[in-house]
Design a protein around this ligand. Structure first.
Ligand code: 9D3
Length: 232
């Protein structure tokens, strides 16, 4: 059973987020347990302050290290200090992270315990990334308001890779990105919709020719939308 603990100042953001589709099924089958925790419950009891002004000056606020260290230590046991060997990964979602990829998702899915730390404000005290976190991850080159939407993305991509999470009809290994191309185009009935026709070859039942058409169509689509994938 993979244990996923999310540390956030907005635990309610995750209400219902894991109650749909494959993630819901994986939770029901006890393949994964997912909990979101309020960072403020590890802040000093007085005012539950989790942020402070940046040393050196500048705009905005920075998440303080103490509540994050306390939260991770209470959820994942004693200080990991990059203890990948124990099969625990402590992930910081941050715009400065390494790109999240299917390869990284597979690695995380092979762990026993994941702690996801969601950043907010201008950032997180760098001692968290330096001394607590095993993986600092970004989900792409665009600006989010915080790490929470990125945590949703990571959990979704990881959970569906847990053995048994996908139905027997699909295997994660045969999906798009596994062969480095985008998926081929899909069609269903009606064969003509407002004058838009489904490619004739798909209606013929010539399986070898259909496979060939799909291969070429996938290549065309990849050229158009993701030429970077072809250069590799
Ligand atoms: C407007 C503030 N920016 C100053 C240049 C820095 C900044 C800080 C914090 C920008 C975004 C954020 C919040 N984003 C995340 O925590 C985040 C994120 C993202 O923004 N893009 C892609 N992946 C991720 S993972 C976490």
């Amino acid at each position: 059973m993979l244990r996923v603990n999310i540390i956030t100042i907005f635990p309610d953001y995750f209400r219902e987020a894991f109650d749909y589709g494959i993630v819901r099924r994986a939770r029901a089958a006890e393949l994964v347990d997912i909990k979101a925790h309020d960072l403020r419950s590890w802040a000093s009891a007085k005012h539950h302050v989790v942020d402070d002004r940046p040393f050196g000056g500048g705009d905005g606020m920075v998440l303080k290290p103490e509540p994050i260290f306390a939260a991770v230590e209470s959820l994942a046991g004693a200080r990991q200090r990059k203890d990948v060997a124990a099969n625990k990964r402590v992930v910081l979602l941050s715009p400065q992270g390494k790109p999240f990829t299917q390869t990284l998702a597979r690695e995380l899915a092979a762990s026993e315990q994941l702690v996801l730390v969601c950043g907010r404000y201008e950032g997180v005290d760098e001692r968290v990334a330096d001394s607590l976190v095993t993986d600092e991850i970004s989900i792409g080159d665009y600006v989010l308001s915080g790490g929470e939407p990125a945590a949703l993305v990571v959990v979704d991509a990881v959970v569906r890779l847990i053995p048994g999470a996908l139905g027997s009809e699909t295997s994660a290994a045969t999906e798009s990105f596994s062969d480095g191309l985008l998926d081929y185009p899909h069609y269903t009935r009606p064969a003509e919709f407002e004058g838009l026709r489904v490619p004739e070859i798909l209606l013929t039942g010539h399986h070898a020719e259909i496979a060939r058409w799909r291969c070429e169509a996938a290549l065309e689509k990849t050229k158009r939308n993701r030429p970077d994938l072809l250069e590799k």
